[in-house]
Design a binder for this molecule. Structure first.
Ligand SMILES: NC(=O)c1ccc[n+]([C@@H]2O[C@H](COP(=O)([O-])OP(=O)(O)OC[C@H]3O[C@@H](n4cnc5c(N)ncnc54)[C@H](O)[C@@H]3O)[C@@H](O)[C@H]2O)c1
Length: 322
């Protein structure tokens, strides 16, 4: 059991991370500007509210709570949801404030959230990868302040890892489009549509290249990562996604419709294969996502007949993954 300090613990991803780590037996300190309502706070979770950008606040809260590990999630999490300079300054300063304070206190394990958007898909000037599936070797080409701020968060952990050697363990992870448990029941996803709508209309999932991950699988990933961080190279970055794509048809068919020029590149994305590989997390950590839209989505109330039929057909092949 560890004592884990989670920033952004009241957020879409943070709530599941806090709950999952507490359920796994850890002592969890959830830190956020906004409080989790008392009746929704998982048993045993300690909650602290504060603005982590206020001078000295990260150091004060970390000193007061004395954790063994820090998971930094707090950020402006949606591209273009604030002016570009505000997103850039907020996310880079938050990452630096939390990671530097944790380093100063000698906290043994420090993890920060990045994003798959660092790769640069959706760029209005055009974007094509060198190959699919995308993985941690794919070259980042951020084109907006959010993606750039996340790449800098990764580089912040790498900078501290370089300076600290093996004294402190650092890692970054890129969660795919996060689906929290209530969203399987019809609550709106981060971009406002329901899961059923995203599946019924591929144009809605295409901007994120059909990626997604269940927030509880991210919590499991972080639990495994913290257990294994002592045994893997320092400062690593991991994609954390579902084992399949958020689509009812193979991406080899869908991708060229939304990403012009990707016919040959996407030809290998057959069956239910996602565009993002999670092979590194599987190989280095032994982590495996347990949830898929095929196992979690409550289809009966939300899908029209045509989509239900295609979901049933797609679900029949759900074991066929990348
Ligand atoms: N949701 C996704 O699909 C997704 C995908 C990739 C990466 N991420 C990353 O994962 C992390 C969590 O995302 P999320 O969807 O839960 O976002 P969210 O907006 O739901 O949660 C972020 C939390 O950070 C808190 N916060 C922001 N500024 C703060 C400050 N100055 N002090 C204290 N708390 C502050 C907010 O109050 C909020 O509760 C973010 O770093 C995000 O960039 C999310």
């Amino acid at each position: 059991m560890s004592r884990i300090f989670v920033t952004g613990g009241s957020g879409r991803l943070g709530r599941s991370v806090v709950a999952g780590l507490a359920e796994a037996g850890h002592e969890v300190i959830s830190v956020d500007r906004d409080a989790i309502p008392a009746d929704q706070l998982p048993a045993g979770v300690v909650q602290e509210t504060g603005d982590l950008l206020a001078p000295g606040e990260a150091l004060r809260l970390l000193t007061q709570t004395a954790p063994d590990a820090v998971i930094h999630l707090a950020a402006i999490a949606v591209p273009f949801s604030a002016p570009e300079d505000v997103i850039f300054a907020t996310n880079t300063r938050l990452a630096y404030a939390v990671i530097s304070a944790a380093t100063e206190l000698g906290i043994g394990k420090i993890v920060t959230a990045s994003s798959p958007t660092v790769l640069g898909y959706g760029c209005p000037a055009g974007w094509l990868p060198d190959s699919f599936p995308l993985d941690e070797r794919s070259v980042p080409k951020p084109w907006n302040a959010y993606a750039l701020s996340k790449l800098i968060a990764e580089q912040t952990v790498q900078m501290f890892a370089a300076a600290q050697g093996e004294k402190i363990r650092y890692a970054a992870f890129r969660p795919c489009y996060v689906i929290s448990p209530e969203e399987w029941d019809g609550a709106p996803t981060q971009q406002g549509h329901t899961l059923a709508e995203r599946l019924a209309d591929p144009a809605l999932s295409a901007p994120a290249l059909f990626n997604y991950v269940d927030a509880r699988d991210v919590a499991d990933f972080l639990d495994v990562l913290l257990q294994k961080m002592d045994t893997i190279p320092n400062g690593e970055t991991f994609f954390v996604g579902a084992a399949d794509a958020l689509a009812t048809a193979p991406l080899a068919e869908l991708m060229p419709r939304f990403l012009p020029g990707s016919e040959a590149l996407a030809a290998g994305l057959t069956g239910t294969s996602p565009a993002f590989s999670i092979a590194k997390a599987r190989d280095l950590l032994g982590w495996e996502p347990k949830r898929s839209w095929r196992t979690e989505l409550k289809t009966e109330t939300t899908l029209n007949d045509e989509t239900s039929a295609s979901l049933v057909t797609a679900g029949a092949g759900s074991k066929e993954t990348s």
